[in-house]
Ligand binder design. Structure first.
Ligand code: ASP
Length: 484
């Protein structure tokens, strides 16, 4: 295992996690008494002949549901906690990392006009790639029309199963809360009144704003006075980067736990199969987006797309396993700075901002999902104007989506409402796509993270801040010097 590259170790962990999940679902083991009270035991009357007489006896049999519940019980108690520990560790270092690298990065730029040009370039490339993503999504869904001709009975079945599901109701409630807060609330939310509260709540945009503010003021005060604070954040940045290296040792085992947990959460494979057409549209669009990034990397950053993929793959694999760009951020930053050679001042700004505002995968998905739902239950709403409105709202919705699992689905409600989608149909609309949301969330998060990494390379290249030969640091780079 030692010589294997990190991404291979992670892939092996993922595959084993998937296999383990399926094996657990298809076998029935685990002590019955452990699950007594949670799992109903199933009885079966067995007919047999004894001395020429028919006798009936009662046997306990394991129904599919019993197996599934046993598997869920085992995984949630003994496997999933390792995934949770891993995500907790990544979240633990996210805030110190954003603070340290952004403050250090901005103060390194030495010149406020450079910050302005970096900010403008970043935001315009982010908006540009997101618009491309939505256009790709809308083109695919309009050509393939995955929602046209879906049988009534399938719609009924999905409606029955998911319309009142807690997951669907929860997303609708969150969307209402978001809407009621008013259109300028996301802007207000960027400015914290208590930075410690922002740390506690892991409010990334607030922390970014604070770090930015501190960084700019460090440029404005006397150099001698600024130096100690800059040195402090520089040192903090080094330490947190080392923490990422150490945490990544654990990644192959953590993804095993995360994926096993995902597998046992799929509850209706039959419905999943019915939605394959729609899912393929989303996945096809996401693949096209990755190809688009690779072209950008090759043409503008003048780097080999294969090299880029190899270097960024650990972050992509974690994005897939955690469904959260925020949780993946520390790893994305480590890969982009140390392995892709983007200078700290660019990575420290572009990546944290991107994790929250640049979600190309999410916007592509929102475009496809909105039109798919309309094709199935509200075809009269499918006008050209409405599709143009979707381009605008999916762009804003992806900016407003939190970088956590399933956030894209909450904002999808707002996209649908913007085109006048009937309110009473909203629960059915969400129910339609709910069964496949998790796997698609995993895939779109990969694109979100890859998009951020690509844009950071483009911005770095344009500012002359992309190293030709990056020198990644190993976890023990300085260890041997210290024990000599
Ligand atoms: N899970 C996505 C992310 O963290 C957001 C979403 O599309 O739901 O990037």
């Amino acid at each position: 295992m030692k010589k294997l590259a990190l991404h291979w170790k992670i892939i092996i962990g993922m595959v084993l996690g998937v296999v383990f999940g399926f094996v657990l679902l298809s076998t029935s083991w685990g002590r019955e008494e452990v699950v007594t009270g949670i799992i109903p035991a199933y009885e079966k009357v067995v007919e047999s002949i004894d001395n020429g007489k028919v006798v009936h006896s009662v046997e306990f049999v394991e129904a599919e549901e019993v197996k599934e519940l046993k598997a869920k019980h085992f995984i949630s108690r003994w496997v999933a906690p390792f995934g949770t520990i891993f995500i907790n560790l990544l979240k633990l270092i996210a805030i110190p990392l954003i603070l340290a690298s952004l403050i250090k990065g901005i103060s390194d730029l030495k010149d406020i006009s450079k910050i302005k040009s970096m900010g403008l370039r970043t935001i315009s490339i982010y908006v540009g790639t997101t618009v491309v993503a939505i256009i790709i999504g809308l083109s695919i869904v309009n050509v393939v029309e995955p929602g046209v001709g879906m049988p009534e009975e399938t719609i009924e079945k999905i409606k029955l199963k998911y319309e009142d599901d807690d997951g669907v109701t929860d997303k609708l409630e969150k969307a209402v809360a978001q809407k009621e807060a008013g259109p300028l609330q996301p802007l207000v939310d960027i400015f914290p009144n208590n930075i410690f509260e922002s740390f506690v709540e892991v409010s990334m945009l607030q922390v970014i704003f604070f770090a930015f503010f501190v960084g700019i003021c460090l440029l404005l005060v006397d150099e001698k006075k600024a130096k100690p604070l800059i040195n402090f954040f520089d040192s903090l940045n080094e330490v947190v980067m080392k923490m990422v290296d150490l945490i990544m040792f654990f990644a192959p085992y953590a993804v095993f736990a995360l994926l096993a947990n995902v597998i046992i959460a799929f509850d209706d494979t039959e419905i999943l199969i019915k939605l394959l057409y729609y899912a393929f549209c989303v996945i096809g669009g996401l693949i096209l987006m990755i190809v688009f990034y690779l072209v950008l990397v090759g043409v503008y950053a003048k780097k080999s797309p294969f090299w880029f993929l190899k270097k960024i793959s650990p972050a992509q694999l974690l994005a897939f396993s955690t469904s959260s760009s925020a949780a993946t951020l520390p790893v994305t930053m480590e890969r982009v700075e140390e392995h892709l050679g983007v200078d700290k001042e660019v990575a420290g700004f572009v990546l944290p901002v991107g994790a929250t505002v640049n979600m190309d995968g999410t916007s592509l998905y929102q475009g496809i999902a909105a039109v798919f739902i309309m094709q199935v239950i509200w075809p009269e709403g499918l006008t050209f104007t409405n599709q143009l409105i979707i381009v605008g709202t999916a762009l804003l919705a992806s900016i407003g989506s939190a970088a956590v699992p399933s956030a894209g689905m909450v904002m999808l409600v707002i996209v649908l409402e913007s085109v006048g989608f009937p309110e009473e149909l909203l629960p059915i609309g969400l129910a339609l796509i709910f069964a496949v949301d998790r796997p698609l969330d995993m895939c779109r998060t990969v694109v979100n993270v890859t998009g951020d990494a690509t844009v950071s390379m483009l911005v770095a290249k344009s500012l002359g801040k992309l190293q030709d030969e990056p020198q990644p640091k190993e976890w023990d780079d300085h260890y041997f010097e210290k024990i000599k």
